[in-house]
Design a protein around this ligand. Structure first.
Ligand SMILES: Cc1cc2nc3c(=O)[nH]c(=O)nc-3n(C[C@H](O)[C@H](O)[C@H](O)COP(=O)(O)OP(=O)(O)OC[C@H]3O[C@@H](n4cnc5c(N)ncnc54)[C@H](O)[C@@H]3O)c2cc1C
Length: 262
């Protein structure tokens, strides 16, 4: 049984994002804040590796669709313990909408062959749409399992998982193959070992083009018309003085009435 983990490269969570004239920029390579594995995908990678360690998966393959430097996130996956990785080049498809991204990921999962479980994170911290797992499942015609917080059992042809709901958990069994999105409650991602990092740096990561996958992308159907930062919130601090606690409390209450807060 092969497992594919979909990993997206995103800006560092500590990068400063700026928006000017509809263009979003952030500090990346060279600034000490290089792009990173989408934080939600660290859980995806970890769970994919655990399926191999604990549930009899034969291979855990990390997959990313993006620019040449997004191979870095695959090396992180390899350093953590993925058995192999595939980079899908976005050359000729630098601006793609979610539907085309899903078509590309689905075609790559099919090309890997014999995949029973494809995993995504809950969402990407940059695009933030959280739609990819469902779209990929739709493209493949596989069962979507969202917000998975635990994998209880996998048999030859079925999987039993716990889904995280707002007020509890739901245990469900589904026929394989499935595409799932995982939440952070599912595990504690491991740190790559020193040996793992060395091995990952030496690993060959194949790149597949859209032609290799037989996928062509159209102009985005959803166009980003405008993106802007919210105006900075203005606020001020006023210290309330008084002779005693009672005096301060009274002044505070008077002030709150005056400002119509209460
Ligand atoms: C330069 C640029 C231009 C863009 N222009 C447009 C546009 O014009 N119109 C538009 O609609 N969108 C546009 N996009 C957004 C792009 O379509 C989304 O980034 C993509 O569809 C993924 O959606 P998301 O980031 O919201 O991921 P989510 O759906 O939030 O991600 C969920 C999970 O899916 C997986 N995943 C997502 N993306 C990838 C990936 N690339 N590789 C591997 N796994 C992945 C990960 O496991 C992730 O945790 C643009 C993006 C870029 C970088």
């Amino acid at each position: 049984m092969k497992v594919v983990v979909c990993v997206k490269q995103t800006p560092s969570t500590t990068a400063t994002i700026s928006v000017n004239d509809n263009v979003v920029t952030w500090e990346d390579t060279g600034s000490g804040k290089p792009n990173v594995v989408n934080p939600w995908d660290e859980y995806t990678i970890e769970e994919g590796i655990r399926l191999k360690e604990n549930h009899g998966a034969t291979e855990t393959i990390a997959l990313t669709f993006g620019s040449a430097d997004s191979v870095d996130v695959l090396r992180t996956g390899l350093a953590m313990g993925c058995t192999s990785a595939v980079h899908i080049s976005n050359e000729g498809a630098e601006e793609v909408d979610a539907l085309d991204t899903a078509a590309v990921l689905a075609a790559a999962i099919e090309k890997v062959e014999d995949v029973k479980v494809a995993m995504c994170g809950k969402q990407a911290i940059d695009g933030d749409s959280g739609v990819m797992p469902m779209l990929v499942a739709r493209k493949l015609g596989w069962t979507p399992l969202t917000f998975v917080a635990a994998i209880n059992e996998i048999t030859e042809d079925s999987i039993t998982v716990e889904r995280l709901l707002e007020n509890g958990r739901q245990v469900i069994t589904a026929k394989l193959p499935v595409v799932m999105s995982v939440v952070k409650e599912i595990n504690e991602p491991r740190y790559p070992s020193f040996m793992g990092i060395r091995k990952a740096n030496r690993a060959t990561v194949p790149t597949w083009s859209l032609d290799d996958l037989g996928v062509s992308v159209s102009a985005p159907r959803v166009n980003w018309q405008k993106i802007y930062s919210l105006p900075a919130r203005e606020g001020s601090v006023e210290m309330i003085d008084g002779d005693s606690m009672n005096d301060k409390a009274k002044k505070l209450v008077d002030k709150l009435f005056e400002e119509k807060v209460i």
